[in-house]
Ligand binder design. Structure first.
Ligand code: IPM
Ligand code: MG
Length: 358
């Protein structure tokens, strides 16, 4: 029997609730499949550990999870800890430490979910955003001097390397090629950012030459928000820098109905390190502990994890189960305008997985 070793890092807030739900669903899937099982190890890294031990994760944290097959992550962030501390102390430490340079964010309007866009249905919006996940605006370069003085200065330097841009372009073109429409939109801001972004465009053009069967177009990031809103049908695979894709993927999630649904994979395509799978939403302290968090983002992230682990039939079964459940409005959580609880949705997905007609 195939065995997959998973590091579960629920983190903070509703992360704990949705990872619990996801684990229950994954165990039932494995049972139903019969060909594989999961070995979960849970790590209590997050803001509570920061308060008690002074760090979100132990110093040898990466070593402890390096040999896992994947990481299943909830969310991190707390009202009393600065956001840049929680982000750099855990999530980015893992993404950058394991060189998970491709962040993949699929967006679709799932069965039963309504887009806020008028007359836009499931066939009109089916995108995958590829976010450069290792450098760019999140490179961590910069500093702050003369604190508190009138001459205080802060710099936040974006880093673009040829190798970093080329590898994300190759990944994005490859992904675009694997999808039926074989279409890639390269997002840029090379009118204003005349160094890094012009190199980004140059490399996109060079890589395109190796992918003659992929059609490609280029969009400035500001105009991209208009196109996503006004002509969602015209887009398929999208590649953008770390920050641009961060912003566009929130817009994408909202246009597809709810940020509670959207999944993410932080992938090391070379498989030197474990990849990490997480819902796109944050820790949502306003609803923590109420049992009403939408677990669909965590389930869809589990679909991506199963795919990465080579368990395609189980991945497809879970995706069908998710859509079976979202199709029923009585199983919508409050973020979708419904009254269902996390447990209602989880139980329904489990029942669908166990059912014969899926
Ligand atoms: C995301 C999130 C993070 C990011 C936050 C939590 C810092 O918004 O994954 O999109 O900006 O990378
Ligand atoms: Mg974001």
């Amino acid at each position: 029997m195939r065995s997959h070793a998973i590091a579960a890092i629920p983190g903070d807030g509703i992360g704990i609730e949705v990872i619990d739900a996801g684990r229950a669903v994954l165990d039932v899937l494995a049972e139903r499949d019969g060909g594989f099982r999961f070995e979960f190890e849970t790590f209590d890294w997050g803001s509570a550990r920061y308060r008690s031990a002074g760090a979100l994760m132990p110093e040898d944290g990466l070593e402890r999870i390096r040999d896992k097959d994947a990481i299943y992550f909830g969310s991190v962030g707390a009202p009393d800890v600065p956001d840049h501390v929680t982000l750099w102390g855990l999530r980015l430490a893992i993404c950058q430490g394991f060189d998970q340079y491709a962040n993949v964010r699929p967006t679709r309007i799932l069965a039963g979910i309504t887009s806020p866009l008028r007359d836009v249905g499931p066939d009109d919006l089916d995108w995958v955003i590829v976010r450069e996940n290792s450098e760019g605006e999140y490179a961590g370069q910069g500093g702050r001097s003369h604190r508190g003085h009138p001459e205080e200065i802060a710099t936040e330097v974006s880093i673009f390397t040829r190798s970093g841009v080329e590898r994300i372009m190759r990944f994005a073109f490859g992904l675009a090629r694997s999808r039926p429409r074989k279409h890639l939109t390269v997002v840029t801001k090379s009118n204003a950012q005349r160094h890094g972004m012009v190199m980004w465009d140059d490399i996109a053009r060079e890589v395109a030459a190796d992918f003659g069967d992929v059609t490609v177009d280029k969009m400035l990031v500001d105009a991209m928000t208009v196109r996503m809103t006004m002509q969602p049908q015209s887009l398929d695979t999208i590649v953008a820098t770390n920050l641009h894709a961060d912003i566009l993927s929130d817009l994408a999630a909202a246009l597809a109905g709810s940020i509670g649904i959207a999944p993410t994979a932080n992938i090391d395509p070379e498989r030197r390190f474990p990849s990490m799978f997480e819902p796109i939403h944050g820790s949502a302290f306003d609803i923590t502990g109420k049992g009403i968090a939408n677990p669909v983002g965590s389930f869809w992230s589990a679909v991506m994890m199963l795919d990465h682990l080579g368990e395609q039939p189980a991945a497809q079964r879970l995706m069908r189960a998710i859509e079976r459940v979202t199709a029923d409005p009585s199983l919508h959580t409050p973020d979708l305008g419904g009254k269902a609880t996390t447990k209602d949705v989880t139980d329904a997905v489990i029942a669908a997985i166990r059912g014969d007609n899926l």
